[in-house]
Design a binder for this molecule. Structure first.
Ligand code: NAD
Length: 471
């Protein structure tokens, strides 16, 4: 597959092999771009700004809608590409495609709702003057979008589509672990907009990503990825606007008054979806001691029923991790937790890129498996006594993306909603929940800024004041 710059496919002499983590076969190759390609993409995006700006909101909305129809036609083909390059189970890749079609449609609608407001300038200042004043939302210019491997289409769209809805042009760099579906997405968007509005550049983060981040001809960086990369990138971005959607260590709290069956179902889904490689996956299960044994016996029983195998099989729940290094790192964290006193209730074994769904009891916050984000199918159990201790443990982390709490008691629910430090607190719902209508983005080290279509469009715009002196 090729990059797309200024409406043309671009190839290079050097290529990167995209490997299927299930069977180690080469799925396809992508060109390894250089700084010259980044500069060409940025220049093309800057030139395309005027043509995009001259389109009406209705035209942009229609074009985004047309793109969503083309994406819908390609739903199955792109879902299979995600399975091959990322090892995502097919049924979950289809969910990602459905989400992506919806994201494009939401952006198509939001393109028609970009409002300013009237401003009462006579609230202060000279009494002799009377102003008519209002604000307009204007585009930032060129947006640099850098995305991770785990939701290659939907997370790219959470950047590209709001950027274009707000009349920004885009230079996009997909993850080299899973670039194929994202490149296909860029092709589709390009089919519906003037050349140069959307450009893709492939290459390694330290070179191509960095060239985008440091460029003086880019107005905003929107990044989704790990805290380490986000921190580094923010030190390189200078005065640009930044949206950083970073890692998580999301808790699921189950209090002694919870509906245990519902909490267990939420936990099976939230801890093991895409083998735990989800930023808002459940990374810590905080159980009140009074219900812990009952919860765990059902949790082990239901988790044992997950199907591990070929991700292309529609019945598969658990596929491989993105590569063997990632799987080895998760295995090391499991082994180290067991050495430090955690009790293995289920799983724990690695074969190639696969890690069995793993449940570890008696974990504490000093263990690496919960002190840092573990991107694998592991449910570490931390036992507590009562709501106060549960909240204290939930907050005992540098992360603050989302949180889930199961309780049937309104006072406990309100207390958790008030005191847990994360971008969202979901009562009787696991953290692994995101819709396009909600503001999405973490507190603490989990990021800066919000996505969610309305909020992303806001962050892709700047506010200009216009005032008429009417006297
Ligand atoms: P990563 O940080 O390794 O890479 C993300 C992107 O950054 C890739 O495209 C990579 O090439 C690029 N990159 C790497 N170094 C760079 C540099 N110096 N300058 C510019 N770009 C650079 O992340 P990953 O392993 O692909 O994804 C997993 C991480 O992403 C996890 O931490 C996960 O929690 C996080 N994530 C967060 C969200 C969210 O919305 N908060 C969503 C999905 C994933």
């Amino acid at each position: 597959m090729k990059m797309l710059i200024n409406g043309d496919f671009v190839d290079k002499d050097e290529h990167h092999e995209v490997i299927n983590p299930y069977n180690s076969e080469v799925v396809d190759t992508v060109p390894i771009g250089d700084r010259g390609d980044v500069n060409y993409a940025i220049e093309s995006a800057n030139i395309a700004k005027k043509e995009l700006y001259d389109l009406s909101a209705k035209e942009i909305s229609n074009n985004l809608f047309e793109a969503s129809l083309e994406l819908e036609d390609m739903r199955d083909k792109i879902a299979k590409l995600i399975v091959l390059e990322a090892g995502k189970p097919y049924k979950q890749a289809l969910v990602e495609m459905d989400r992506s079609i919806e994201t494009l449609r939401f952006c198509s609608e939001e393109a028609k709702r970009i409002y300013g407001e009237s401003v009462p300038l006579d609230a202060t200042g000279s009494v002799d003057e009377r102003f008519m004043a209002f604000t307009r939302k204007v585009p930032l210019g060129v947006v640099g979008a850098i995305t991770p491997f785990n939701y290659p289409v939907n997370l790219a769209l959470h950047k590209i589509a709001p950027a274009i809805a707000a009349k920004n042009t885009v230079v996009m760099k997909p993850s080299m672990e899973a670039p194929l579906a994202a490149l296909k997405l860029v092709e589709i968007i390009n089919n519906h907009f003037p050349k140069g509005v959307i450009n893709s550049v492939c290459g390694y983060g330290s070179e191509i990503g960095d060239a985008i981040v440091v460029s003086n001809d880019i107005d905003k960086i929107t990044f989704t990825g790990s805290v380490a990369t986000g921190l580094f990138l923010s030190s390189r971005a200078g005065m640009k606007k930044l949206t950083l959607e970073l890692g998580g260590n999301d808790p699921l709290i189950v209090l002694d008054d919870a509906n245990i069956e519902k909490a267990v179902d939420a936990c099976v889904s939230g801890a093991f979806y895409f083998s735990g490689q989800v930023c808002i996956g459940i990374k810590r299960v905080i159980l009140d001691n009074k219900i812990a044994d009952e919860f765990l016996s059902l949790f082990v029983e239901k988790t044992s029923k997950l199907n591990l195998g070929d991700p292309m099989d529609i019945n598969t729940d658990i596929g491989p991790l993105i590569n063997e290094t990632a799987a080895i790192n998760v295995e090391k964290s499991i082994d180290s937790a067991i050495n430090d006193g955690a009790e293995l209730l289920l799983g724990g074994e690695r074969k190639d890129c696969f890690i069995q769904p793993t449940i570890l009891d008696n974990v504490n916050m000093s263990m690496n498996i919960v002190a840092n984000e573990t991107f694998g199918p592991v449910a570490p159990i931390i036992r507590v006594n009562g709501v106060d201790e549960a909240i204290k443990v939930a907050n005992d982390t540098q992360y603050g993306l989302q949180s889930g709490v199961f309780t049937e008691n309104i006072h406990n629910a309100l207390k958790c909603a008030e005191e847990i430090e994360s971008g969202s607190v979901l009562i009787n719902k696991e953290s692994t929940f995101r819709t396009d209508s909600m503001p999405f983005g973490g507190f603490k080290s989990s990021g800066i800024g919000k996505e969610g279509i309305k909020y992303a469009v806001e962050e892709m715009s700047k506010t200009k004041l216009i005032a008429f002196n009417c006297r």
